[in-house]
Design a protein around this ligand. Structure first.
Ligand SMILES: Nc1ncnc2c1ncn2[C@@H]1O[C@H](COP(=O)(O)OP(=O)(O)OP(=O)(O)O)[C@@H](O)[C@H]1O
Length: 500
């Protein structure tokens, strides 16, 4: 049988079709009959959903369905054993919490409008929105559970917009790796590529704004590993929390929708010295987001530990890991970082599976990429030469290039983890060549309001890459998604490198 030809898969109720793609291949899945969803986002029938860039995922059906699959996955099979009923029970419990939280806010804000039934419903037990922290080891399915629960909330038809909080800097959520962010989610996140496994942010390029792009608020941590600068990560997590609570002051529906925090696997690793930093980062999340539910994905020891530490005030629930979750190695993750950065600059270059008829102006609507009709998703970044002085570049809490031997005899270098250090591009070891930088919001225009570490608390407005440095002429080549001027902007460098 040729894999170029469309093939049919018939799924029984409560089963899923799982697939894994190799580099350079793509897959189209069309729902022919019945009902199906991909990590909680419902498939429309008759549309070809495209998957690419080594995507690994599953299409699940509650009531049974027939799928038409075009393309050549490296792995594909049907599984009848899934944890979906446990996950959907959780969703039902969270939905009840949202409804009660909204009712409680309505009664306390507008007591005159409350009916006797409202008051009776409000009187039985606590009424707080679900604010959920998801913990689990590497490749346990944390991001997938986060996405599934968010998607179910948006499908409930109640106008919920739960906050997706991503504190996993190695993944970057809807932004780029190195960022942590918060994003209100009001429509389902469709899976198509691991480069945007939690949806994609609106690009800063003005030419292309898909209707499903997200508007995250993010801070730049700059590294993949949480242990590299836990104090900085702690502070950025607390910044995210403050932003959420400020916004919820005036958004009762959003507040009742709650939030879901996707965490890095290092939060679940308990080995020696890493224990302290991960405990303090978990605590930072619990405090900043006022967590009231901790979900532990398939890890008995961590579950017991969380029960002991937080069980008195927080519901700690162990949930099963899906057998479909794929083990991802370091090389795969590095390729995903490359896809993410390239997609930010160049948009998406998608090769459709061979057996799929090429889209015409009339058929493009029946081909969906991440839930959006197929169109030209490519972007044209600008590559410009800018004088060193146009941009002020900082590095947080790490030594710049001057070697220790350059210090006065007997002096030791003391750099606090939170200290912003100005980077001089004219120094040959500046570490800027080929690096990814976040451009951050301008500092407070009122000089009297400024403080030393202010740049730690400024959110990300975009990203650039320094693709070459010309020290003799004091200028550098900057790759950016748009041609907006960089004069006077502030950027922070981390440890992510641009890969061609
Ligand atoms: N049921 C499933 N069938 C097929 N693939 C799946 C399934 N569930 C998850 N996956 C895939 O497995 C991979 C790992 O899942 P996920 O990213 O959710 O795990 P994680 O615990 O968040 O990983 P990390 O180690 O990065 O923290 C992803 O590519 C995801 O799409």
């Amino acid at each position: 049988m040729s894999f170029d030809m469309p093939r049919e898969w018939v799924l029984n109720p409560e089963s899923e079709y799982r697939f894994e793609l190799d580099p350079g291949t793509s897959l189209a899945i069309k729902l022919i009959h019945g009902q199906a969803e991909i990590f909680g986002a419902e498939l429309l029938d008759g549309k070809n959903y495209i998957f690419y860039e080594e995507c690994k995922a599953a299409v699940y059906t509650w009531r049974g369905c027939t799928l038409e699959v075009t393309g050549q996955p490296s792995v594909e099979y049907i599984s009848e054993e899934t944890p979906m009923s446990a996950y959907s029970n959780l969703h039902i419990a969270f939905e009840a919490m949202r409804v009660k939280a909204l009712l409680h806010t309505r009664i306390t804000t507008y007591p005159d409008t409350a009916t006797a039934q409202d008051i009776a419903d409000d009187s039985d037990g606590p009424s707080d929105a679900p604010r959920i922290l998801i913990l689990g080891p590497e490749c346990s399915g944390k991001t997938t559970v986060t996405k599934l629960l968010l998607n179910y909330a948006t499908r409930a038809g109640q106008g919920w917009s739960p906050m997706l909080v991503n504190v996993d800097p190695s993944e970057g959520g809807p932004m780029l790796p190195g960022a942590i962010s918060v994003t209100p989610i009001s429509f389902p996140i469709y899976t198509s590529t691991p480069a945007h496994c939690l949806g994609s942010a609106e690009t800063t390029a003005p030419t292309h704004i898909p209707s499903n792009s997200l508007l995250p608020l993010g801070y730049w941590y700059g590294h993949a590993q949480t242990k590299r600068n836990p104090l900085l990560l702690d502070r950025l997590i607390r910044n995210l929390g403050e932003n959420i609570w400020d916004r919820w002051d005036t958004d009762t529906q959003g507040k009742a929708s709650g939030l879901i925090v996707d965490t890095p696997s290092s939060f679940a690793a308990s080995s020696g010295s890493s224990n302290d930093h991960r405990n303090s980062l978990i605590k930072a999340c619990v405090d900043a987001f006022r967590i009231n539910v901790i979900l532990v994905v398939g890890h008995e020891k961590l579950n017991v530990e969380m029960q002991r530490t937080y069980g008195n005030n927080i519901s700690v629930v162990k949930i099963p890991k899906s057998g479909g979750v794929v083990e991802l190695d370091a090389l795969y993750r590095s390729r995903i970082h490359k896809y993410q950065m390239h997609s930010y600059m160049y948009g998406e270059r998608i090769t459709l599976p061979k057996g799929l008829a090429q889209p015409t102006s009339t058929s493009a609507n029946s081909i969906l990429i991440a839930g959006e009709p197929y169109s030209d998703f490519t972007l044209s970044p600008s590559s410009t030469i800018v004088p060193f002085g146009d941009l002020s570049i900082w590095r947080i809490g790490e030594e710049t290039m001057a070697p220790t031997s350059a210090l006065p005899i007997g002096a030791t270098r003391v750099v606090s983890e939170m200290q912003p250090l100005l980077v001089d591009p004219s120094q040959s070891g500046s570490g800027l060549y080929n690096s990814l930088l976040a451009i951050i919001a301008p500092p407070n225009p009122d000089e009297s309001e400024r403080y030393d570490e202010e740049i730690l608390d400024l959110h990300i407005v975009g990203f650039i890459v320094i693709s070459s440095i010309d020290i003799p002429n004091k200028r550098m080549t900057v790759l950016a998604p748009s041609q907006a001027s960089l004069v006077g902007k502030t950027a922070i460098v981390g440890s992510f490198e641009w890969q061609e």
